[in-house]
Design a protein around this ligand. Structure first.
Ligand code: HEM
Length: 470
């Protein structure tokens, strides 16, 4: 693979790059393309790649020319581009209403790099170890509370679990006294993700325009903004409580309270709020979808299920479990297409020259279903990942480069612990064997029926190999 990043500042490419205007794409209207992408995100992209090649144009991002990338070499070039050449803040704009304009997901260049470096310790090292131990315990307690002996959509239960995990990441052992209400408010705000209103960039609209939209009650925006005001109050209360307690910690809030900006001042109340909300938005829908997709595939693949169960019951290893989780994230990446990058300075990717005013958008779905990269790509085969680590440019559920997901390790732990606990304690009965189809919750795709399963208590408890057995 060619790992060079060929910006204009670097050496001449061997063959002159073609201008992006030569990249083809569907001629249908923006609305038609948007609807197709929303209704059949994977298949529509696949149809376009078949017709127009590995890079193609779509008209779904207002105000920009958008180009889809589907080749791992091109994706790698995109990941390696300097921070002043490609920006990601614009690509997350529809989520601004949740996490504002001062958090990681909005920032670019030096500000982004500095903030990310400062926050990193709260998701790595000893902080990660603490989170991992808590997640294990939380998975046990959560799964024990999920209904037994009746078919239910597991998604809401799983989603609640992932919100509790982010509480642990952000607040650690210092659970705010207002947590119960804060949880309910965040849960309510996240409901907007299943409304079309979630994709509207309200911050770009006039106050009057927003007022009009709020008046259309079924859109859910009015309720969302009211809940957001309450959420801000509760977060301010939670932060003040923590400052007053003076208790140290390695959780994200403690780390952020110790951070300073370029001019030496601490993070403002707005910056703290935006960063906390970034975690609740980025880290909950996604992980819940990933767990649900894992269940979808596991319960349709008896051979995989049997092998995983045998590993969990009879060995102390988690090799096959890890491979299963990687395969679920390959087969159904919760964000089928990662954050679009805005071109700030001209850049050449895969022989095409992109100019400012355009965006490049890497499709995880297309990369993950390329038969040259993954033979028989629609088959669910964890064996692909046994004994080998996923590639950073051909396995991209967590994106990559400077904005690679900050919670990737936590998400993997969550997935593994929930699956392990479910398989250890329950027989999973699937009432409907028809495959699930994806449905959008904002930028995340989740199974439409919500991983509907009946959990039946296992008649024999799992027998684990312990040191004493050896
Ligand atoms: C399976 C679960 C998850 C998936 C599939 C996922 C996916 C992603 C993707 C695709 C990106 C954008 C990367 C890019 O475009 O290159 C991202 C960014 C991010 N994710 Fe995740 N994520 C998951 C879980 C989490 C969790 C649990 C957390 C928090 C603990 C989290 C926090 C973040 C943050 C803060 C960013 C922005 C990073 C930055 O701008 O520097 N994510 N995630």
């Amino acid at each position: 693979m060619d790992t060079r990043n060929t910006t204009t500042a670097e050496t001449e490419p061997k063959r002159p790059a073609v201008p992006a205007s030569r990249v083809r794409g569907p001629k249908t209207t923006t609305m038609m393309q948007y609807v197709q992408l929303f209704r059949r995100p994977g298949e529509y992209m696949m149809d376009c790649r078949r017709k127009y090649g590995k890079q193609f144009e779509l008209k779904v991002f207002p105000g920009y020319k958008l180009y889809v990338l589907s080749d791992p070499d091109d994706v790698k070039q995109m990941f390696l581009a300097p921070s002043d050449v490609l920006h990601t803040g614009t690509g997350s704009a529809s989520l601004e209403k949740f996490f504002g304009q001062t958090g990681l997901a909005w920032l670019d260049e030096k500000e982004h790099l500095a903030r990310r470096k400062q926050i990193m310790p709260s998701v790595r090292g000893s902080a990660h170890q603490r989170t991992e131990e808590s997640v294990r315990q939380m998975a046990k307690e959560s799964v024990a509370r999920w209904p037994r002996n009746k078919a239910v959509a597991l998604r809401p239960y799983v989603h609640k679990f992932t919100i509790e995990v982010i509480r642990e990441v952000v607040f650690g052992k210092h659970v705010p006294s207002c947590w119960d209400e804060l949880f309910k408010v965040i849960w309510d705000m996240l409901k907007l993700n299943s409304s079309v209103a979630t994709m509207i960039e309200t911050h770009e609209m006039s106050p009057f325009g927003v007022k009009l939209l709020r008046a259309i009650r079924p859109l859910g925006l009015d309720r969302f903004f009211k809940q957001r005001d309450r959420c801000d109050e509760l977060l301010a209360q939670a932060i003040a409580e923590r400052v007053e307690s003076g208790e140290p910690g390695d959780d994200m809030l403690a780390v952020m309270l110790g951070m300073t900006t370029d001019n030496g001042s601490p993070l403002s109340a707005v910056e703290l709020r935006d960063e906390i909300m970034t975690m609740f938005v980025a880290g909950t829908e996604t992980t819940a979808a990933a767990i649900c997709w894992s269940l979808e595939h596991l319960t349709r693949e008896p051979a995989v299920f049997k092998r995983l169960l045998a590993e969990i019951d009879e060995t102390g290893s988690d090799e096959y479990l890890t491979a299963t989780v990687y395969e679920a994230l390959r087969r159904c990446p919760p964000n089928p297409h990662i954050i679009p990058r805005e071109v700030i300075k001209p850049i050449e990717i895969g022989g095409v020259r992109y100019e400012p005013g355009s965006m490049v958008w890497a499709s995880a779905y297309l990369v993950h279903h390329d038969p040259k990269v993954y033979p028989d790509p629609y088959a669910f085969r964890p064996e692909r990942f046994l004994g080998s680590k996923p590639s950073t440019s051909a396995w991209i559920p967590f994106g990559g480069g400077r904005v690679r997901c900050l919670g990737d390790r936590i998400a993997i732990v969550e997935m593994k612990e929930v699956l392990r606990e479910l398989l250890t304690t329950c027989d999973l009965h699937r009432p409907d064997m028809r495959p699930e189809i994806p449905v959008g919750r904002s930028v995340t795709m989740t199974p439409k029926r919500g991983a509907r399963l009946e959990l039946r208590p296992r008649t024999h408890r799992a027998r684990r190999v312990t040191e004493a057995d050896g």
